[in-house]
Design a binder for this molecule. Sequence first.
Ligand code: HEC
Length: 205
Amino acid sequence: MSTARYLAAALGVLLLAASGATAQDIAEDGPEYVADGSLRRPSNYREWVYLTSGLGMTYGPAGQTEGRAPMFDNVFVTRAAYRDFMRTGRWPEKTMLVLEIRSAEEQVSINNGGRTQGRVVAIEVALKDSAKFRQTTWAYFDFSAGTTAKPTAQALPATARCYACHGEHAAVENTFVQFYPELMEVAKRLGTVNRGYDPARKVAP
Ligand code: HEC
């Protein structure tokens, strides 16, 4: 091979390596079901795309903050789903989003008046898989178990509060895109905001 051709081939390999996330990510990020049909807790979600942090977004059992400091939550989405959403304003099949809830800590290190994120209190997952969850399309999972996280979880039954609140109040499909500023802009531009979404509507605390 001539030096020029060799260099061109070597450059090609380097470019492929540098292009980062591709089909492999999609396979790695997709839902993994175990034999009894439950979902394996995604262990690499902190390598996914970060969408938002909320403070004191109180709802659901994991979000109960009565008598305690409000907690932080961080939301992550699978990389392939994020890319599709930015292009189409919709979520593809096998989209997974993780809601990680963390305690809010005061007086840590040099901090006087602020709050920083502490230990993980809960890990919840939303998964779009209409072939598996025919009635609801989206399914909800709670991996929280006291101070640890369960390795697998069954989809919560359709009667769980998750389905009703997400179904009625979320801005795009079942997801709270109204709280993910960059995504909301895309959804507005592409006209994919749910017709029934009303930014003025509140729920009882
Ligand atoms: C009363 C309304 C309400 C209920 C009930 C509720 N959620 Fe949510 N959920 C929200 C809001 C609001 C957000 C946005 C969080 C943010 O902006 O930080 C959210 C975000 C999420 C996300 C991130 C992806 C998304 O859909 O936007 C997951 C995952 C999630 N919730 C799981 C659950 C699970 C599991 C349950 C049931 C155990 C549940 N939620 C119950 C209101 C609710």
